[in-house]
Design a protein around this ligand. Structure first.
Ligand code: ATP
Ligand code: MG
Ligand code: MG
Length: 355
């Protein structure tokens, strides 16, 4: 069988490896850390820094296709891999999604709605944008932010200097605060042949900036459900995308507003492991290896709950709960804020329609 190279060794890489293995593929991961979630299940582990050109070359030569579980892969590393083996999803998806400013420009050019945004180069650019948006706002680093890190809320002009200082000079954008009723996301896939398949939108609740639960079906009027799927397909086609993509959306009275996109399998798609015949991980493996996309039709109502830090202590009780599938990532230390695992609970259909 052929070998799939995965950049990154976290839980997403681990679950991609499991899915790949089930389809008869081997996996090799590239990850600087030693004892990481994916290293326990992948066939090979290239443990080296992203600046190590020789290790990257050997990794690329060992793989028939390379994919990734996070979007912040250094461009220099991609430059070494790309001539040796196909990278899927492709470079354009990474270029667009590595930088919040580039991403918002891309989405706006596609005709999609985003929060009002402005490039913040200095204090006066920040104050000018704040005055223009005329609402509360969020200052975000353009790159490397996740789980709400690298963000500062601004409720009025008096917060502006402190907010900017908190980013330590990192390039930033200001986003106007979107007054949303709910957050939903679409996990979408596009095959090598251009076929598109979307999972049913999920409804997301965050706690302390980190995803807490995803519930399907999302409470979403039928026209918005269609919109969500169509706009995800539009993004996939525009990027000539191959693989799974996560699209985070705000539901507002004026329709759907795109928060951000992630060129990979996504935490808010973990429910598919118990809700669909072919889950997001298998769908991604199918896409990047050129297989046909599988049946991602949802057959159950599901609530996914992340186990963050000490939450994992509940896993013994959860292991005995009915209709509950427990997923643990094999991380040794349950540090606060660290994603240790998740549970997918199958909901009685009636309960979820009464939400
Ligand atoms: P992730 O872990 O999803 O990659 P992130 O660090 O990239 O998170 P965002 O998705 O940009 O962060 O923001 C985290 C959360 O903060 C959002 O899910 C939403 O609840 C809130 N949020 C972010 N931007 C806005 C905005 N412009 N208006 C209102 N709420 C926002
Ligand atoms: Mg993000
Ligand atoms: Mg987000």
């Amino acid at each position: 069988g052929s070998t799939i190279g995965i950049l990154g060794g976290g839980q997403l890489g681990r679950m991609l490896s499991v899915a790949a293995s089930r389809l008869g593929f081997k996996t090799c991961i590239f990850e600087p850390g030693g004892d990481c979630p994916a290293s326990h299940v992948a066939n090979y582990h290239f443990q080296a820094e992203y600046s190590d050109k020789e290790a990257l070359t050997r990794f690329a030569e060992a793989a028939d296709v390379v994919t990734y579980e996070f979007e912040n892969i250094p461009t220099d590393a991609l430059d070494i891999i790309e001539p040796l083996v196909p990278i899927r999803p492709g470079r354009e998806a990474l270029r667009v999604s590595q930088d919040r400013l580039t991403e918002k420009d891309f989405l706006t050019d596609l005709g999609l709605k985003t929060a009002p945004y402005a490039d913040v180069t200095d204090q006066s650019a920040l104050d000018e944008a704040l005055a223009r948006f005329g609402t509360a706002a969020i200052l975000k680093t353009r790159r490397f932010g996740y789980d709400g890190k690298g963000q500062a809320r601004i409720n009025g002009p008096e917060d502006s200097a402190e907010a900017l200082a908190s980013l330590n000079g990192a390039p930033a954008i200001l986003e106007g605060f979107v007054d949303f009723s709910r957050e939903v996301s679409v996990i979408a896939a596009r095959g090598l042949d251009g076929a598109v398949a979307c999972f049913d939108p999920g409804e997301n609740v965050h706690k302390d900036g980190i995803l807490h639960t995803t519930t399907v079906p999302a409470r979403l009027p039928a026209p918005l459900r269609t919109d969500a799927v169509l706009l995800a397909a539009r993004i996939l086609n525009a990027l000539d995308y191959v693989g799974v993509l996560g699209v985070e959306l705000f539901v507002t009275p004026g329709g759907l507003v795109v928060n951000e996109i992630a060129p990979r399998v996504h935490n808010s798609g973990h429910w598919t492991q118990q809700g669909c015949t072919v889950d997001q991980f298998e769908q991604h493996i199918r896409a990047v290896t050129g297989w046909p996309l599988g049946d991602g039709q949802r057959f159950a109502d599901v609530e996914m709950t992340n186990l963050i830090g000490a939450d994992v202590e509940r896993c013994e009780a959860l292991a005995q709960a009915p209709n509950t599938a427990l997923h643990l990532y094999g991380k040794a230390e349950a540090k606060p804020g660290r994603k240790m695992g998740h549970v997918n609970r199958i909901l009685p259909a009636q309960a979820s329609s009464e939400r």
